[in-house]
Write a protein that binds this ligand. Sequence first.
Ligand code: 5GP
Length: 175
Amino acid sequence: MNCYDVEKLISAEEIAGKVRELGRRLSGMYVGKTLVVIPLLKGGAVFASDLIRCMDLDLQVEFIGAASYDEGTESSGEVRLTLDTSLPLNGRHVLLVEDIVDTGLTLAYIQKLIRSRKPASLRTVVLLDKRARRRVDVVVDEVVFSIPDRFVFGYGLDSPGGYHRNLADIVAVKD
Ligand code: 5GP
């Protein structure tokens, strides 16, 4: 990898094992129900695409997009919607899938938007939780990995400039 001095934080194998386990657990939670899975773009796309293939359920996929990071590693604190769902969510069971919760601002914004559409239920799963940096209270139902306050990328998360989402492992930039 050019440009960055990184170390592997979570391996592809470790991720795959935990995602399989989560998929099985979620399948049990929605037995007999039809689910709409909403990956939060762009970071949630890779996680969600693995997760849904570990779920034995009738489900649909919708996409929603938000952005708060520009080209750096610090959040501007301002969240904007970049893509909205195309189906009504009223009365549907919704599973929101996100790559990482950091300050919580992005999830809080998207959850509020989804709740305003009166879904039958809303559950949020995140791959990574950087709890130390939380600025707002946000409901996260399932966290796959808790991580320290370090900038990470890979497995759907980008490096500054929007690269490296295709790395199989999650790496952290060395301090
Ligand atoms: P929050 O709104 O919770 O502060 O941030 C959520 C968004 O910030 C995530 O969807 C992700 O795009 C980005 N983000 C937060 N921490 C990191 C990080 O360590 N690496 C990357 N690549 N993105 C991050």
